[in-house]
Design a protein. Structure first.
Length: 102
């Protein structure tokens, strides 16, 4: 039986704390306060050789171009050749908008 491991990477400290609290105790789910630019590093820490799927709601339009490029390159590096990537474009006007997602 395949074992699924989920990494939730959140850059914002406040939102990270909410996610970590919500999902504490979940087996095979790791909440990380950091940047998706370091996806390969986080996967190595958790002994994940590659990603079968990447789901992202990263606001690429609001990030510096260099950071966006780095995140996309990192995702491309770890995604299995038959893997799937899904990106949404959720626009957050302020911190309160994120509460809806929890």
């Amino acid at each position: 039986m395949p074992k699924t491991t989920i990494l939730i990477i959140e850059y914002n400290q406040i939102f990270y704390k909410r996610l970590a609290e919500k999902y504490k105790g979940e087996k095979n789910l790791h909440t990380i306060n950091g940047s998706a630019e370091n996806l390969n590093h986080y996967m190595r820490i958790h002994n994940i050789p590659y990603a079968d799927a990447i789901v992202s709601d990263q606001p690429f339009a609001s990030l510096p171009q260099e950071m966006s490029d780095s995140i996309l390159a990192s995702a491309r590096d770890v995604l299995h050749e038959e893997g799937k990537s899904l990106r949404s474009n959720i626009k957050m006007e302020n911190e309160d908008d994120r509460k809806v997602l929890l």
